[in-house]
Design a protein around this ligand. Structure first.
Ligand code: MN
Length: 128
Protein backbone atom coordinates (compact mmCIF):
# COMPACT_ATOMS: atom_id res chain seq x y z
CA UNK A 1 0.00 0.00 0.00
CA UNK A 2 1.23 3.45 -0.88
CA UNK A 3 2.21 5.56 2.09
CA UNK A 4 2.25 8.88 0.31
CA UNK A 5 0.58 11.69 2.20
CA UNK A 6 -0.32 15.09 0.85
CA UNK A 7 -0.33 17.78 3.53
CA UNK A 8 -2.06 21.12 2.95
CA UNK A 9 -1.24 23.40 5.88
CA UNK A 10 -0.31 27.08 5.93
CA UNK A 11 1.42 27.06 9.32
CA UNK A 12 5.11 26.28 8.92
CA UNK A 13 5.50 24.81 12.42
CA UNK A 14 2.58 22.45 11.89
CA UNK A 15 3.93 21.44 8.49
CA UNK A 16 7.25 20.65 10.10
CA UNK A 17 5.73 18.64 12.97
CA UNK A 18 3.34 16.60 10.81
CA UNK A 19 6.04 15.90 8.22
CA UNK A 20 8.47 14.83 10.93
CA UNK A 21 5.99 12.48 12.63
CA UNK A 22 4.89 10.85 9.39
CA UNK A 23 8.33 10.46 7.82
CA UNK A 24 9.56 8.88 11.04
CA UNK A 25 6.85 6.24 10.53
CA UNK A 26 7.77 5.52 6.94
CA UNK A 27 5.40 7.83 5.11
CA UNK A 28 6.46 10.09 2.29
CA UNK A 29 5.03 13.58 2.64
CA UNK A 30 4.49 16.34 0.11
CA UNK A 31 3.49 19.57 1.81
CA UNK A 32 1.82 22.69 0.44
CA UNK A 33 0.95 25.95 2.17
CA UNK A 34 -2.21 26.64 0.18
CA UNK A 35 -5.12 24.86 -1.45
CA UNK A 36 -4.24 25.65 -5.05
CA UNK A 37 -0.83 24.02 -4.84
CA UNK A 38 -2.18 21.04 -2.95
CA UNK A 39 -5.06 20.43 -5.36
CA UNK A 40 -2.74 20.56 -8.36
CA UNK A 41 -0.39 18.07 -6.70
CA UNK A 42 -3.22 15.74 -5.69
CA UNK A 43 -4.54 15.64 -9.26
CA UNK A 44 -1.20 14.68 -10.74
CA UNK A 45 0.16 12.35 -8.04
CA UNK A 46 -2.92 10.84 -6.37
CA UNK A 47 -1.74 10.51 -2.75
CA UNK A 48 -2.85 7.66 -0.50
CA UNK A 49 -4.22 10.15 2.03
CA UNK A 50 -4.69 13.90 2.32
CA UNK A 51 -4.29 15.93 5.52
CA UNK A 52 -6.15 19.17 5.12
CA UNK A 53 -5.94 22.20 7.36
CA UNK A 54 -9.29 24.00 7.47
CA UNK A 55 -8.04 27.50 8.19
CA UNK A 56 -6.13 28.36 5.03
CA UNK A 57 -5.56 31.66 3.23
CA UNK A 58 -7.55 32.46 0.06
CA UNK A 59 -9.35 29.12 -0.18
CA UNK A 60 -10.43 27.48 3.09
CA UNK A 61 -10.25 23.76 3.75
CA UNK A 62 -13.94 23.22 3.03
CA UNK A 63 -13.52 24.66 -0.46
CA UNK A 64 -10.35 22.63 -0.97
CA UNK A 65 -12.13 19.40 0.05
CA UNK A 66 -14.98 20.08 -2.37
CA UNK A 67 -12.50 20.77 -5.18
CA UNK A 68 -10.57 17.56 -4.43
CA UNK A 69 -13.75 15.48 -4.51
CA UNK A 70 -14.58 16.73 -8.01
CA UNK A 71 -11.76 14.62 -9.41
CA UNK A 72 -12.73 11.02 -10.08
CA UNK A 73 -9.30 9.69 -9.14
CA UNK A 74 -9.58 11.31 -5.71
CA UNK A 75 -13.12 10.20 -4.89
CA UNK A 76 -11.92 7.37 -2.65
CA UNK A 77 -8.88 9.09 -1.15
CA UNK A 78 -9.22 9.64 2.61
CA UNK A 79 -9.18 13.34 3.47
CA UNK A 80 -8.51 14.12 7.12
CA UNK A 81 -9.53 17.61 8.17
CA UNK A 82 -7.05 19.12 10.63
CA UNK A 83 -8.48 22.04 12.48
CA UNK A 84 -8.37 23.93 15.74
CA UNK A 85 -12.11 24.39 15.60
CA UNK A 86 -13.63 22.34 18.40
CA UNK A 87 -17.26 22.99 17.56
CA UNK A 88 -19.28 19.94 16.47
CA UNK A 89 -20.82 22.03 13.67
CA UNK A 90 -17.41 22.57 12.14
CA UNK A 91 -16.77 18.87 12.13
CA UNK A 92 -20.07 18.30 10.33
CA UNK A 93 -19.17 21.01 7.87
CA UNK A 94 -15.86 19.32 7.10
CA UNK A 95 -17.59 15.99 6.54
CA UNK A 96 -20.23 17.63 4.34
CA UNK A 97 -17.46 19.18 2.26
CA UNK A 98 -16.10 15.70 1.55
CA UNK A 99 -13.65 15.06 4.36
CA UNK A 100 -13.52 11.49 5.63
CA UNK A 101 -12.70 12.31 9.22
CA UNK A 102 -11.31 14.95 11.50
CA UNK A 103 -8.23 15.51 13.67
CA UNK A 104 -8.12 18.32 16.20
CA UNK A 105 -5.28 20.76 16.72
CA UNK A 106 -3.06 20.94 18.58
CA UNK A 107 -1.82 17.66 17.15
CA UNK A 108 -1.04 15.03 19.76
CA UNK A 109 2.29 13.48 18.69
CA UNK A 110 1.44 10.35 20.72
CA UNK A 111 -1.68 9.49 18.73
CA UNK A 112 -1.38 11.39 15.47
CA UNK A 113 0.26 8.68 13.35
CA UNK A 114 -2.22 6.08 14.65
CA UNK A 115 -5.09 8.28 13.51
CA UNK A 116 -3.54 8.57 10.06
CA UNK A 117 -2.94 4.80 9.90
CA UNK A 118 -6.56 4.18 10.89
CA UNK A 119 -7.87 6.48 8.17
CA UNK A 120 -5.57 4.85 5.64
CA UNK A 121 -6.78 1.37 6.51
CA UNK A 122 -10.33 2.51 5.96
CA UNK A 123 -11.50 2.05 9.51
CA UNK A 124 -14.23 4.43 10.57
CA UNK A 125 -13.39 3.99 14.23
CA UNK A 126 -13.07 7.35 15.93
CA UNK A 127 -10.62 7.90 18.74
CA UNK A 128 -12.14 9.02 22.06
MN1 MN B 1 -4.06 27.15 9.05
Amino acid sequence: MSRSVLLIEDNEQNRYLVTFLLERSGFTVRAFADGAGGIEDARTRIPALILLDIQLPTMDGYAVARALRKHDALRGTPILAVTSYAMPGDRERALEAGCTSYIEKPINPETFVDEVERALSGSTQVSP
